[in-house]
Design a protein around this ligand. Structure first.
Ligand code: NAP
Length: 248
């Protein structure tokens, strides 16, 4: 039997990048997966097709996690389609770097609304359906440790994710629901590429500081998500697993 047979997972922001790899990896271990997207329906449909062609179960569900009704709708889709919820991966995220003089209200709210409010709203909607043995996995970032220059708002959102992970681990622990984060280093994704990070001087500098000497791939992170979702991680809660080839 696979590690996640019979479990149902929601992965937010699974139309591409890290979320898509996590959705595929959870499904490959037997989970039925809600593949959430905000605007990239074609990407989400392609992830669902990959999963179903391999014999797995998945459905694409649109929803902006920063809107309470949408967050509720994503969770409702899991319950309506598969009848239960065991794993929530709060992966949806946006990142924009700016020096202090470049910070605007829009820059702040865009990132805090998706990366922090979206995580809270989705977890709130999920919490009433999660039972003993359930796993919430928040995607943080090593930026909360590395604190790169010109990233105050984005790094602020990921510092908040670290703190919220600890709070919710205490809050949901009595119900035997585990809450952990994965904090990736730089990962080669569609988002990191379009932001100009891949191929940049920043990538070169980060790789130099990375003991394992390369940037991450989405699959590197997906393997850690499978572990945290599974009973193999049954004694872990409130942890921040740094997944960056040793970058810290
Ligand atoms: P990506 O390639 O840009 O993909 C982002 C995903 O989030 C897409 O599926 C996107 O959906 C979704 N999304 C964006 N806004 C949303 C919203 N309001 N509601 C629902 N979904 C939304 O990003 P990524 O690089 O894979 O990053 C994924 C997560 O990892 C983020 O939390 C990011 O902060 C974190 N992270 C990334 C790196 C890295 O180097 N890549 C490193 C550390 C941490 P649509 O395509 O439909 O818009």
């Amino acid at each position: 039997m696979s590690k996640l047979t019979g479990k149902v997972a929601v992965v937010t922001g699974a139309s591409k990048g890290i979320g898509a790899a996590i959705a595929k990896a959870l499904a490959a271990e037997g989970a039925s997966v809600v593949v959430n997207y905000a605007s990239s329906q074609a990407g989400a449909d392609a992830v669902v097709a990959t999963i179903t062609q391999a014999g797995g179960k998945a459905v694409a569900v649109r929803g902006d996690v920063s809107q309470a009704t949408d967050a509720q709708g994503i969770i409702d889709a899991a319950i309506e389609t598969y009848g239960r919820l065991d794993v929530l991966v709060n992966n949806s995220g946006v990142y924009e770097f700016a020096p202090i003089e470049g910070i605007t209200e829009a820059h702040f709210h865009k990132q805090f609304n998706v990366n922090v409010l979206g995580l809270l709203l989705t977890t709130q909607a999920a919490a009433k359906h999660l039972g003993e043995g359930a796993s919430v996995i928040n995607i943080g970032s090593v930026v909360s440790r590395v604190t790169p220059a010109a990233s105050a708002v984005y790094t602020g959102t990921k510092g908040a994710v670290d703190a919220i992970t600890g709070v919710l681990a205490r809050e949901l622990g009595p119900r035997k629901i585990r809450v952990n984060s994965i904090n990736p280093g730089m990962v080669e994704t569609e988002g990191a590429t379009s932001a100009g990070f891949i191929g940049s001087d920043m990538e070169t500098a980060l790789v130099t500081q990375t003991p394992l000497g390369r940037v991450g791939q989405p699959e590197d992170i997906a393997k850690v998500a499978v572990f945290l979702a599974s009973d193999d991680a049954g004694w872990l809660t409130g942890e921040q697993l740094l997944a960056g080839g040793g970058l810290r």
